[in-house]
Design a protein around this ligand. Structure first.
Ligand code: GLA
Length: 828
């Protein structure tokens, strides 16, 4: 609900949150409040301030306003008419420099006269019944038309500029999003140096800024930083939203836990360079901002033009991080993901990359596909290596024509054969790139981003196409459409494998040369944002032309995992790291801000190709099953025993797919982040097993079914009792909880076999291996019926773990990286 009290105060409410701001006598907007509902009553919409309801609401907001009698010492007084106000010590909805606020501004311009001061004063406000569709940039949407919008307009009269702040209220998920738009009403160009999407001025210091930082194969590691003074920021300058720092961040008191305490969460619907910053002022106020990274950014706003900042998302919860995550998950699922796949079950896939890398051919792929079919795979994906002369990563990007030596029947020939096996077929592409060794580069060298006449730095032996150029956008749209229509393609993995360097758009330079009279010239600091706008145009067009295709985003794994990509592609390859332990960290990181229905995860070979770590197949399955599930390993080479186990896994996954893909996700204890700097954040300190145990539970929306996993990092000697605590069940519901009956390889017990064998068996000897074929060690299992409350509060006390004193089927074989999955069904 949105209330506009006579253009004097504004209250945005969702069932569990409220956000309020009010007009200051100076004409600026004072931020009053963001948190639990205010319960002030009154109708929705415009409320006359003179009416009983209006005056009542204004009076009720009075305690939330700061009372200013004199400006602080040595501060700049805003104007003679308001000597008590210094903007430096006000909580502002949006700030600009030059009039006394010395903190980081949200907006920074160079005006037509070269001056740097801005002063935007309230003009009007309008409530719009539904969320308007976005223009150039993606944004949230509402299918039911139930998201309300408040647009507030400001004018900088002296500099002839209009600023619009829009607020969108999503009641179903307790989310409010915001955006900002600047319009040049004057006759001279204006230079935009910074235009942030969201500013939130909170009235105290001491928040913990939680971000998710990382690197290739180590994405989304939680990082907690306490803010008492100065400025802290995370962001990206790589051209993509990046694995260095995801745009999703949180602010919270230091005692907030997974299920208790307050937390603010923020995200940005943008895939390029971004910045999230928090600054504690000398007066102890915290200013949070998110938007396009001003470093390396600049934009020339010609007369009559406007600039839209990307939409930013915010939520508040008093139910800890899990409470916030549930709001964010619902928001992403309902108001970001679009199209046919929004609520459609995702198929179990098999991807060729870690199975064969570039060494693919029709016969090799068919062998893999047949093994996949036998195991229950539904979608077969051919990864890199199928086009041009692509035998390694040094060539052919841009030449999207099938390599007939590898695939004599073309894409269609292979797709038909895969379809005949009863599986869907998908491919890998990396359309934003161009190899110097390619036909495309020979034909169109000026389509690559590069500074004419200067050496270019490379990443993965490839260049980035100049997506600012409409001709390049058209080429990608047409060429990809041709590829996607050339066979029965049901899935596309869209990759992007290098950061920007020498970011220069030859097209923009040519535009400048052609428009001599348009001064000042459009600088190359526009290029990164123009690239992202070009990318969005391409994605929008291709997803509209091919609505049946399931698109999966990828950028060397999670180097561009953000709400901009998710506005077009419903899922993203979360990391090139498929190691189950690493994924335990990485997927936990994603789960704070993103639903598992967009986090793609595969079971891969052992030892793992990124870490050379050996983890049990059961754990690789369990961890991947909580994301969008598939396999990426050479099935054709696996022993029958492993293939049988995989077949059982896939059957089980299909049975529980709808709960796993669409249920509500809860974090229990976490490993915390990988302790890269000796510090691990988020490891549920003070709880037994903290940092060594991971627990996830996913619960169907009617709370009738749930799946849980408990995983251990390292065995703690003589630590034999573990409990699994499910979450999200109906406390009063009666549930059947059960595990899987499993058998373990005798060789896992090494020469302990001699404690029971009638004859001596040398460990790893021929006889040991032969024996292991026939003798399996029975494992423990669990089965119980209890109430949701008992299970959630008391926990399932699992059978005793092996502790060096004896083994039977009443003992849990729980080695390093082991897990147990539990299945929970309401039993009334
Ligand atoms: C990137 C992706 C991988 C794989 C390779 C192919 O690294 O993240 O999954 O597709 O490219 O070259």
């Amino acid at each position: 609900m949105i209330q506009n009290v006579g253009n004097k105060a504004f209250i945005l409410s969702t069932p569990k949150t409220a956000y309020a701001f009010a007009l200051l006598p100076t004409g600026h907007l004072e931020h009053l409040y963001y948190g639990a509902p205010l319960q002030l009553g009154g109708p929705s919409g415009f409320i006359d301030e003179a009416s009983a309801e209006g005056s009542c609401l204004l009076a009720a907001l009075e305690p939330l306003r700061e009372k200013h009698a004199f400006a602080p010492g040595t501060s700049v007084i805003y104007d003679q008419g308001h000597p008590q106000y210094s903007l430096d010590d006000m909580r502002l909805e949006y700030s600009a420099p030059g009039k006394g606020d010395l903190r980081d501004p949200a907006l920074e311009l160079t005006n037509a006269d070269g001056s740097l001061s801005s002063d935007f004063i309230f003009e009007s406000a309008e409530i719009i019944g539904e969320k308007l569709p976005f223009k150039a940039l993606p944004g949230s949407y509402s299918e039911e038309g139930d998201a309300q919008q408040l647009c507030v307009s400001f004018l900088d009269k002296e500099n002839k500029l209009k600023l619009e702040l829009c607020y969108y209220v999503f009641e179903d998920c307790d989310v409010i999003s915001r955006s900002a738009r600047l319009v040049n009403l004057g006759d001279e160009p204006v230079s935009v140096r910074r235009i942030m999407s969201l500013q939130l001025d909170l009235d105290r210091p001491g928040y913990v800024f939680t971000g998710f930082t990382g690197a290739w194969a180590r994405e989304m590691q939680r990082t907690d930083t306490l803010l008492n003074a100065g400025r802290y920021s995370l962001g990206s300058r790589s051209g993509a939203s990046s694995h260095r720092a995801n745009p999703f961040v949180m602010l919270h008191p230091s005692d907030t836990t997974e299920d208790r305490g307050e937390v603010y969460g923020f995200n940005l619907i943008y895939s390029g360079n971004h910045l999230e910053s928090a600054e504690v002022s000398p007066f102890g106020k915290t200013r949070f901002m998110t938007g396009i990274n001003p470093e390396g950014f600049g934009w020339t706003l010609q007369p009559g033009e406007d600039f839209e900042a990307p939409e930013a998302v915010m939520a508040w919860s008093s139910d800890g991080f899990n409470g916030l995550s549930r709001s964010m998950h619902r928001f992403v699922r309902e108001h970001i993901i679009r199209g046919e796949w929004k609520h459609k079950d995702r198929p179990v896939l098999l991807n060729s990359w870690e199975a064969a890398y570039f060494d693919i051919s029709e016969s090799r792929l068919m062998k893999l596909a047949k093994a996949g079919k036998d195991a229950g795979i539904e979608l077969f994906v051919m990864d890199d290596g199928w086009f041009g002369e692509r035998n390694d990563d040094t060539s052919s990007l841009g030449d999207w024509n099938v390599n007939k030596k590898k695939l004599p029947g073309g894409l269609k020939g292979l797709a038909d054969k895969i379809n005949a096996l009863g599986m869907d077929f998908g491919i890998w592409v990396e359309p934003e790139m161009i190899s110097e060794k390619s036909e495309l580069y020979r034909k169109h060298p000026n389509w690559a981003m590069q500074i004419p006449g200067k050496d270019h730095s490379e990443g993965r032996n490839q260049r980035i196409l100049d997506l600012a150029n409409p001709a390049v956008q058209d080429f990608i749209i047409d060429k990809m459409s041709e590829v996607f229509s050339s066979a029965n393609i049901s899935y596309v993995k869209w990759d992007m494998n290098r950061p920007f360097s020498d970011a220069f758009s030859p097209w923009l330079a040519a535009q400048n040369a052609a428009a001599e009279e348009a001064r000042p010239l459009r600088g190359q600091s526009e290029t990164p944002h123009r690239y992202i706008m070009g990318l969005y145009r391409i994605m929008k067009e291709l997803t509209a032309r091919h609505p049946h295709i399931l698109f999966e985003g990828c950028a060397s794994g999670g180097n561009r995992f953000d709400l901009g990509i998710l506005s077009y592609f419903p899922q993203i390859w979360a990391s090139d790291d498929t190691d189950a332990l690493a994924r335990g960290f990485i997927q936990t990181g994603y789960s704070y801000g993103y639903p598992m229905s967009c986090v793609s995860a595969h079971v891969s070979a052992r030892p793992n190709h990124q870490t050379l770590r050996n983890t049990p197949l059961e754990t690789r399955f369990g961890v991947a099953a909580f994301g969008i599930f598939g396999y990426e390993m050479n099935f054709a080479d696996l022993p029958a025993e492993a293939m049988n186990a995989i077949k059982v896994q896939i059957e089980l996954y299909k049975k529980w797919r709808s709960v796993l893909q669409w249920g509500d996700f809860y974090r229990g204890r976490s490993f915390g982040s990988m302790p890269v700097s000796g510090v691990s954040a988020g490891a549920s300190a003070g709880i037994p097993g903290a940092g060594n145990i991971l627990e996830w539970t996913v619960v169907s929306s009617d709370r009738s079914k749930a799946v849980g996993i408990i995983m251990q990092n390292q065995v703690l000697p003589n630590w034999q009792f573990h409990s699994y605590f499910p979450k999200g069940l109906d406390p009063a519901g009666i549930y059947l909880l059960y595990g899987r009956k499993r058998k373990f390889d005798l060789r896992n017990f090494g020469d302990l076999v001699n404690t029971v064998a009638p004859v001596h068996i040398k460990s790893e000897s021929q006889i040991h291996h032969i024996l292991a074929r026939f003798v399996k060690m029975d494992g423990e299992t669990e089965e119980c019926i209890s109430s949701g409350a008992a299970l959630m509060n008391g926990g399932l006390h699992m059978k005793q773990a092996f502790g060096g004193t004896g083994y039977s089927e009443e003992v849990r074989y729980f080695q390093d990286y082991a897990c147990r999955m539990y299945f929970i069904e309401r039993s009334e």
